[in-house]
Design a protein around this ligand. Structure first.
Ligand SMILES: NC(=O)c1ccc[n+]([C@@H]2O[C@H](COP(=O)([O-])OP(=O)(O)OC[C@H]3O[C@@H](n4cnc5c(N)ncnc54)[C@H](OP(=O)(O)O)[C@@H]3O)[C@@H](O)[C@H]2O)c1
Length: 371
């Protein structure tokens, strides 16, 4: 019998990328899917390959949700907070699969990234685990990037600076960035056509506009700007995004306190539409040659692509636009650091809507429907 899967959040960024992948990989034929919504109850569901998927159900209707074998949600933490425990209280014993961070710290949940922690996932299912979360986008991308070093237990600590795209903050921010870009261009459009105008005058107009601008929809301006803070403030000088790095990595790898890998970061939002980049300074447990490091990295999973550490290749190939909408994990700038022979630098880029969000969930769904 095909499993009944309730899909919530399929209209959002993560959900629609996930749905596209499910269609491409023919996953819909393996399940009985029902589409839910928090805002469009009674509207038509999606029409895929000329098949209509019925009327949208109310995502807060526990009596409808309780009928599902698997609930797949890309709706966000607020939704999970409102529904998950109430559904459990009613005795629902299905599988909960979630893109949000809400349950990641819960001791009954597993963070899924099967190319990295398949055995841990399998053991957890055998032990009766029913709750699975996708990892934070930069964490999943880091583990896919550096998997070859993690799996050989070679990493002592990592410092990472992230360069995170606006789509990481949800669908509205893509529109905001485009509007901001349009406003900036409009402010100097006529001057740009003049040959004899001072470039400083143009820069002055644009910079003044940026300074006086509070952004659109209360989001600070990102066109021609960057924001070195992502998610909430922990009150101790760290953002919640920065805290997720160490916690989730060690949880995904199922490492005990004594084996914990130290990870610190500064997470930055930049005006790129899609794909997150990360610059790593890695302290290894021993000195290893760059040749051996590259071999470990490339052999960990089939999605890793290594870009030669030279100017021409880096400028042309190690950029978000080369990765966007693909499952590729690009690694470059791999070299020894001046800090010492055990330190290396790596720069990685991956599509955060694919490996950083939807693809681990899609693969986990496939593990669950085979049970
Ligand atoms: N974005 C990422 O890169 C990323 C990566 C990893 C994890 N996550 C997590 O995944 C969850 C979902 O994130 P998201 O980026 O997919 O959020 P999103 O694009 O803002 O979508 C969330 C929900 O907003 C509603 N919505 C309202 N207006 C919409 C519109 N114009 N277009 C589409 N949907 C609209 C939809 O729900 P209804 O249909 O019910 O109205 C949709 O499911 C969050 O918990 C997030 O933290 C995101």
């Amino acid at each position: 019998m095909k499993k009944k899967v309730g899909f919530i959040g399929w209209r959002g960024l993560v959900g629609s990328v996930l749905l596209d992948r499910m269609i491409l990989k023919n996953d819909l034929s393996k399940i009985n899917i029902k589409f839910f919504t928090t805002s469009q109850v009674g509207h038509n569901g999606p029409k895929i390959n000329n098949i209509k998927f019925g009327i949208l159900e109310n995502a807060y209707d526990l009596q409808k949700l309780i009928e599902m074998d698997i609930i797949l949600t890309c709706q966000g933490s607020e939704y999970t907070k409102k529904v998950y425990f109430n559904l459990k209280k009613l005795g629902w014993n299905g599988f909960w699969l979630d893109a949000s961070s809400y349950l990641r710290q819960n001791s009954n949940s597993i963070i899924v990234l099967d190319p990295v922690n398949y055995n841990f996932i399998k053991k957890s299912i055998e032990k009766g685990c029913k709750t699975f979360s996708g990892g934070n986008c930069t964490v999943s991308l880091m583990l896919m990037s550096l998997g070859g070093l993690f799996s050989e237990n070679l990493i002592k600590s990592i410092f990472v600076s992230t360069y995170q795209s606006v789509s990481g903050a949800g669908s509205n921010y893509i529109k905001n960035l485009l509007l901001e870009m349009g406003n900036l261009h409009s402010s100097v459009k006529n001057d740009l056509k003049k040959n004899n105008i001072s470039i400083l005058k143009i820069e002055n107009v644009v910079s003044s506009l940026l300074k006086s601008n509070n952004g659109i929809n209360n989001f600070p301006p990102l066109a021609g700007n960057l924001i070195p803070w992502i998610d909430e403030d922990d009150g101790q000088g760290k953002s919640k995004e920065e805290i997720k790095g160490e916690f989730e990595t060690n949880k995904i790898l199922n490492l005990s306190k004594s084996k914990k890998i130290i990870i610190d970061s500064v997470c930055v939002r930049i005006g790129v539409f899609r794909c997150h980049s990360q610059s790593f300074l890695i302290k290894l447990k021993k000195t290893i040659s760059i040749k051996e490091i590259k071999s470990l990295l490339i052999n960990h999973n089939k999605w890793v692509n290594i870009i030669n550490n030279d100017k021409i290749n880096t400028i042309k190939n190690l950029v978000p636009s080369m990765v966007s909408r693909t499952l590729k994990i690009l690694l470059g700038r791999i070299r020894k650091s001046s800090f010492g022979s055990k330190y290396i630098t790596v720069f990685s880029i991956g599509d955060q809507l694919l490996w950083g969000a939807s693809e681990p969930l899609r693969r986990m769904l496939n593990i669950l429907i085979k049970l």
